[in-house]
Design a protein around this ligand. Sequence first.
Ligand code: ASP
Length: 296
Amino acid sequence: MKHLINTKDFDIKTVEHIFEKAKLFKDTGYPNLLSDRLIITIFFENSTRTKSSFEIAAKRLGASVVSLDVSSSSSSKGETLFDTAANLDAMEPDAIIVRHKDAGASKILSNYINCPMINAGDGAHAHPTQALLDLFTIKEYFKEVKGKKIAIVGDIKNSRVANSNIELLSRFGLEVILVAPPHFMPSTKNFRQTYSIKEIIDEVDIIMSLRTQTERHNNLIYASLKDYARDFCITKELIGEREILLMHPGPVHRNVDIDDKMLQDRRCKVLEQVKNGLFVRMAVLDTLINQNSELS
Ligand code: ASP
């Protein structure tokens, strides 16, 4: 059984196949490819975009969705994660979509179920559909992405979005530059690193701004978000007239990650990412459910 736990689960051919489908859905509408199918979503951590995006994607394809309210499920009564998964699986869903605060949770659960498992974010580890929709958005804009330079800016060390994007984008030939203060910089030495946006602003094609993951910090790193913003907020003054694509996975801390003016700028693709997320998730669901045995 093929699952989507991290971006490495899909080879380049599969990713391209998913993008072709997503583009088709975007251009031609919503085909009924998952009628009579049942999908379970179970989110142990908050989500606005990802949960609604998956649920709408499933419904647009004609599937039924059962969304488990974790606060009222038996996990809050002490049932283990494993038992929850095994019980859900016994009801024979066609896919299970999980978000969990612990890295590795979806991988462990995938061993106990008989349908595709999709990781909708596990701790600071991975968020594969976010990276897929980000690459789809970049490809739609540039067509040829090989050799494009992307600066990933912010709390990279604690970001599953950064992790998944670094893997996927570099596999597709983009040059990734990590821009972060020392505390937010991961230990990898495989990518160019800098503490200063100004140092790389003239050479990048794309900036991906990230939210400071305050829920994952053990102690206060910056005295205030204002201090952080002084160095890392993407402002209109900083970007100037440069033709740079600006992205963010959301939720955006306004005037901390990106300022009000840039959020309204035509080069800012935040809402386009959300729109594309729906089509990419439709394509992922269709592929994992209807073509699972054909996937390598
Ligand atoms: N929505 C993304 C995630 O779930 C990014 C974020 O929360 O900052 O990881």
